[in-house]
Every structure is written in structure tokens, then in C-alpha cells.
Ligand binder design. Structure first.
Ligand code: DQA
Length: 150
């Protein structure tokens, strides 16, 4: 871990499948902000908290697992929107448990107001907190929460 008073804490903002299409993807559900807008919001919020932010988006489950594993030793926590893998991926949940870093689970949409298959999350039981349905503001709240945990 790099959690010393002299070094800025780092948050890894990790986005899963189809979140690269934000802005054009079902804007009635996900809004018109792009992934670049999300990342700018996160960078600004992290800076305001004295943190630094790293970003990765992948459409591939294994790449997300690799990123979570690699965060151990480099990041103080993770903001994770695993997209549809939220509802299917034991591997991502296991990776979170394995690294022991605080993970804030974020969803742009209120998944509980949507199809039943979105109501179950494999991430939630291993998440430190969950922010759902606040749009891109949820990412900022997640960084606030993470900063408050440290
Ligand atoms: C999502 C919700 C998921 O159900 C969906 O598969 C996504 C986005 C959200 O941010 O609202 O890809 O995680």
C-alpha cells in the first residue's frame, strides 16, 4: 500500500462493458454525459480531496479482474461500475475479496426500478458502499465516500 501521509492516495475508477458508449447508449436511461465527462468529474473530485485518480474501462471480464488485482499496492480503493458483469460475475466479486481494498459500487441507473435480472449484484456483498441511480454524480459521491473511509 502507498498510504503514507506524504503520498497522495489513489483511487482506481473502473468501468465495465458498454460504459465506453456513454453519451450515445440509451440516453434516456444513462444520460448524455460521456465516459470522458465521468472521468473529468472523478479527476476533479479526487483532486479536491487531495487524491489522484486512475481510470480503466474494459468490455472484458478478465481485464477487470486483472485491474482489481493490480490495484493492490497501487490504489487505496476502487470505484467500480461493473456494468452487466455486476449481475453475473463471481470472478469480479472474488477478486474484490482477494485484494481487500474498499470498493464503492456505482450504477448510473436505479437498477432496482429496472428488469428483475438487474436486481441481484454479486458485487454488493463485497462492496464497502453502494451508490445507485444518481447518474454520473454517483461517481463523485463514491470518491467522497472513499476519501471519508481513509
Ligand atoms: C449499469 C446497470 C447495469 O445493469 C447495466 O448492465 C450497465 C450499467 C448502470 O450504471 O446503471 O451496463 O451498471
Amino acid at each position: 500500500m502507498t498510504d503514507t501521509a506524504s503520498e497522495p492516495r489513489r483511487v482506481l475508477v473502473l468501468n465495465g462493458p458498454n460504459l465506453n458508449l456513454l453519451g450515445t447508449r440509451e440516453p434516456g436511461i444513462y444520460g448524455t454525459a460521456t465516459l470522458a465527462d465521468v472521468e473529468a468529474l472523478c479527476r476533479d473530485r479526487a483532486t479536491a480531496r487531495g487524491w489522484e485518480a486512475d481510470f480503466l474501462q474494459s468490455n472484458h471480464e478478465g481485464a477487470l479482474v486483472d485491474a482489481i488485482q493490480a490495484a493492490r499496492g497501487t490504489s487505496s480503493g476502487i470505484v467500480l461500475n461493473a456494468g452487466a458483469y455486476t449481475h453475473t460475475s463471481v470472478a469480479i466479486a472474488d477478486a474484490i475479496s482477494a485484494v481487500g481494498l474498499p470498493v464503492i459500487e456505482v450504477h448510473l441507473s436505479n437498477v432496482h426500478a429496472r428488469e428483475a435480472f438487474r436486481h441481484h449484484s454479486f458485487i454488493s456483498p463485497v462492496a464497502a458502499a453502494i451508490i445507485i441511480g444518481a447518474g454520473i454524480n454517483g461517481y463523485g459521491y463514491a470518491i467522497d465516500q472513499l476519501a471519508g473511509l481513509h
